[in-house]
Design a binder for this molecule. Structure first.
Ligand code: BGC
Length: 857
């Protein structure tokens, strides 16, 4: 970008009038200081102008806080895909209010959420953190979250701008996205959140983007940041970098980045001032960035402005209701709701029944106040039943965590915990302490500490073969009973945080046999890791598998319990080794022998309720053998209560899939996330992302986009009609009848089909989501439902004029319960520019032209 256009950009920014006088009092040095974080989670204060330090926290599943409050815990919501699965704007709004109240409670001003990247591939490591494979659903849910948060004075930071859709090589690849797909799919949620919702901050992603005009890292993408985001869309907020994503000074400063995170240090602090003095960066560019930061501060109460207090929903009840409502009924028999009065015994089976995976891995992690386990939830809901909890085999590759509350003691004193010794470069002890609640990390060691030794005695209480593993990060030596079992002198840096390998370090260890109880001495010598903005620390996980039954024995025991119980509930799913930020999945299988477990249990207990506890799609090869299958997401802190509520009928599992569940990996449009040798990640599918590609190939998924059976049935009338309303939206009206025995929620989905043939040079999907309305209808009642479709869903990004165009002609709006269960249609004729739209009445139901899928089992 030229200096002239930088000046024009700076001048054109909408500036709150009160900011200009503040700017006038700041020196260039002070201004530049404001452009890098003070710490990992704070911005600099500027007392001279009354600016306090703004605090930032990660976000998409709750607000973790800044780490400054020791032991702080947080509310843990269901995973974002679960929020999208509600298709419920009111739930999204209440989630936004919860973000705001949590942020204020924890002293946070900016929450790094929501994540509006599109679920391009089911293997994407952060799939669970995103809302949907569809941009319209993503946009609608995100808009409700962001506006509720910001109405309460807390800044949302939407991330990761843009085309940050997979995790492998995430700091290295450049996404080469065809222009139409970039605009219609990947940029669409960002555009709406900027132009219609007015989001206050946007995070520039790790990846680069090659958009024809420019190929550059997103932190320095002048075209996408300056020309599009700030220019074309008029964004007046702050573009902040993803953590440690910025690698240049001048290019990023001129390329539209406003704030380098985290700090201190980094490529701007100490260097940007010099770049301005040498004329490589214009001072007006600095002023523009500072103005944006001060405007954000004003909006978030950074100058002491009063912040409106949001009304606080009943947190636990809301989260319980939300998790239950988000649950998708993939299959159900005639009657899946269970009356507790008829149940005297329950077999609760599965690795995730024992250890439910309530949130995905990575930076979205929060430390919940509590987690209601499946067993606690069922115990409360079935007070008269005996519950047998059985794992049915481990699904973990790693040895499970050692019981650090009971089994580890400090060698010298016998007190519970891990002995931690800090050493300096000369090998002298500079600090010794006992950590009674080892979390896996020793953070912020003394300044001159170069090495840390951890020592503990692990109790082996049973005779037999124990497996002991220790997972470490970086240079180390590990001794088990004085035997050196692993050593490495390879030192590591922040990259182990960025690729998330530090989250789940590989273990080394050995099997130890014993005839009688005894203990083994564990000694771990670690080099201190300096991870820049992610701090200094050492990392060690202590793992221990006791002697016990084999997986085969566990499965057999589970099958026996299922055979003799009144009710069997299987909870299967993924875990922290499978779904996390930092890496993409290698396949879509449930880990371990869970498929076999489900099959064998279903043979003896065909009425078993199968609960899938996963964020992103997994293959369910036994799906058609089960009567009732519920997709429960990562349900958050109310996990067990929500599962129990769905089974007992306290709450309808009213979710609808925000993505496509495949039958086999070979059907999946995009399974490979590897960039080419030049680190370019190609997007050959263009606009045919997710279900749009399934519609094109006509392959049969295990469950289509939008699918969810709830607990009642609905019939669609054949009298749908569409008209252009005064505000330019297309409004489709139809009648829907609840033909079941319970009141229930229906999500009426409206899919647009373009006039055929498309004008030359214009490519369109077969059909795409244009709108939806969620409505609750009493048993036997008929409701008049209106679905409103914004003009934008009819428009096309024209790659010759680089602008939005609305091809005129007769559009079909197909209405139904999923993209593969379309029940009726309406037509709307959209005019060429200048003429007036005409309303067209529905055609009667054209069952033969529609694909219908029966999932009712
Ligand atoms: C993630 C961001 C996150 C940031 C701060 C990065 O590695 O990509 O989503 O907000 O860390 O934790």
């Amino acid at each position: 970008m030229t200096t002239e256009s930088q000046d024009a950009l700076a001048a054109s920014n909408a500036v709150d009038e009160s900011i200009a006088p503040l700017m006038a009092t700041l020196s260039l040095e002070e201004k530049v200081r404001l452009l890098t974080g003070q710490t990992a989670w704070r911005l600099y204060a500027m007392p001279g102008i009354g600016l306090r330090s703004l605090a930032i926290s990660d976000g998409p599943v709750g607000v973790r806080g800044t780490g400054e409050i020791p032991g702080a815990t947080s509310l843990l919501m269901p995973s974002p895909s679960g929020l999208a699965a509600t298709w419920n704007i009111d739930t999204a709004r209440r989630a936004g209010i919860m973000f705001a109240t949590e942020a204020r409670r924890l002293g946070v001003d900016i929450v790094l959420a929501p994540q509006v990247n599109i679920q391009r591939t089911p293997v994407g490591g952060r799939h669970f953190e995103c809302y949907s494979e569809d941009p319209h659903l993503t946009t609608q849910i995100a808009a409700a979250v962001v506006s509720a948060m910001q109405d309460a004075g807390v800044a949302a930071c939407v991330k990761h701008y843009v085309a940050n859709d997979s995790e492998n090589y995430r700091t290295e690849y450049t996404s080469r996205v065809p222009e139409q797909a970039l605009r219609e799919i990947y940029m669409a949620p960002f555009e709406h959140l900027v132009t219609d919702v007015g989001v206050w901050s946007v995070m520039a992603a790790y990846n680069g983007a090659d958009v024809g005009d420019q190929a550059a890292p997103m932190t320095e993408h002048g075209h996408l940041n300056n020309d599009v985001l700030k220019g074309e869309w008029g964004f007046d907020g702050v573009v902040l970098s993803d953590w440690m994503a910025t690698n240049t000074t001048v290019e990023s400063a001129n390329g539209g980045l406003d704030l380098v995170m985290p700090g201190p240090g980094g490529p701007w602090e100490g260097k940007l001032l010099e770049a301005v003095r040498r004329g490589h960066v214009n001072e007006s560019v600095i002023d523009d960035k500072v103005t944006r930061i001060l405007l954000l501060a004003k909006r978030a109460g950074g100058f002491g402005e009063p912040i409106p207090a949001p009304s606080r929903p009943d947190d636990a009840e809301f989260l319980r209701q939300f998790a239950a409502e988000a649950t998708v009924v993939l299959r159900r028999g005639d009657e899946y709701v269970v009356d507790p009065a008829n149940v005297k015994s329950i077999a609760l089976i599965g690795p995730n029944a024992v250890n439910a995976y309530v949130l995905g891995g990575g930076s979205s992690t929060v430390h919940p106040h509590y987690v209601v386990s499946p067993k606690s939830g069922l115990t409360e809901a079935f007070p008269g039943a005996d519950i047998t909890l059985l794992r049915g085999g481990s699904a973990l590759v790693h040895t499970p965590p050692a019981d650090l509350t009971q089994d580890v003691t400090v060698p010298a004193t016998g007190e519970p915990g891990i002995a931690v010794t800090e050493l300096n470069a000369a090998g002298e002890i500079i600090k010794s302490l006992v950590n009674p609640a080892w979390s896996g990390w020793h953070n912020d060691p003394s300044e001159d500490c170069t090495d840390v030794t951890l020592e503990t005695d692990l109790a082996l209480r049973e005779a037999g073969e124990h497996r002991i593993d220790i997972g470490v990060v970086g240079a180390h030596r590990i001794f088990i009973d004085d035997n050196l079992v692993s050593e490495s002198d390879v030192e590591v840096d922040a990259s182990v945080i960025l690729d998330s390998s530090a989250n789940s370090p590989l273990g080394v260890g050995l099997a130890v046999s014993t005839d009688s109880p005894r203990s083994v001495r564990l000694r771990v010598e670690l080099k201190t890791v300096d991870a820049g903005g992610y701090g200094r620390w050492v990392r060690a996980d202590f793992r221990h598998a006791r002697p016990g039954p084999s997986i085969e024995d566990e499965i057999r025991e589970a099958v026996e319990a299922a055979r003799t119980s009144d009710l069997t509930v299987l909870v299967v799913g993924t875990n922290s080794e499978v779904e996390s930020e930092g890496w993409d999945r290698v396949n879509l299988a449930l880990p371990g022998r869970q498929d076999e477990l489900v099959r064998r249990v279903l043979e003896v207990a065909p009425d078993a309720v199968v609960v899938v506890n996963a964020g992103a799609p997994v293959l369910l090869p036994w799906l058609d053998k089960a009567k009732t299958v519920l997709w429960a997401w990562f349900p958050g802190q109310e996990c067990g209560n929500a599962i129990a509520d769905v089974i007992t009928g306290r709450t309808e599992a009213a979710g609808r899939l925000p993505w496509t569940l495949p039958l086999s990996e070979s059907d999946v449009p995009i399974m490979d996330t590897a960039p080419d040798a030049d680190m370019v990640l190609h997007y050959p599918e263009g606009i045919h992302v997710g279900y749009r590609e399934w519609e094109r190939t006509e392959k049969a998924p295990a469950a289509p986009f939008g699918h969810g059976l709830g607990w009642t049935d609905f019939e669609y009338g054949t009298d749908a009609s569409a008209a252009v309303s005064d505000d330019g939206m297309v409004a489709v009206t139809l009648h829907v009848t609840n033909t079941g025995i319970r009141a229930g929620a229906e999500v009426v989905q409206a899919y647009v089909e373009a006039p055929s043939p498309s004008p030359a040079g214009i490519e369109r999907p077969i059909r795409w989501l244009g709108g939806f309305t969620r409505v609750t209808i009493d048993a036997g009642d008929m409701a008049t439902v209106c679905v409103r479709l914004p003009r934008r869903v009819f428009e096309v990004w024209d790659i010759s004029s680089h602008s939005w165009v609305l091809p005129s002609g007769d559009y079909t709006i197909a209405l139904g319960r999923s993209v593969r269960d379309l029940r009726t249609r309406a037509l709307i004729s959209l005019p060429s520019p200048g003429s007036t739209a005409s309303a067209v009445r529905t055609k009667p139901r054209e069952a033969s032209a529609l694909t219908q899928t029966d999932h009712s089992g």
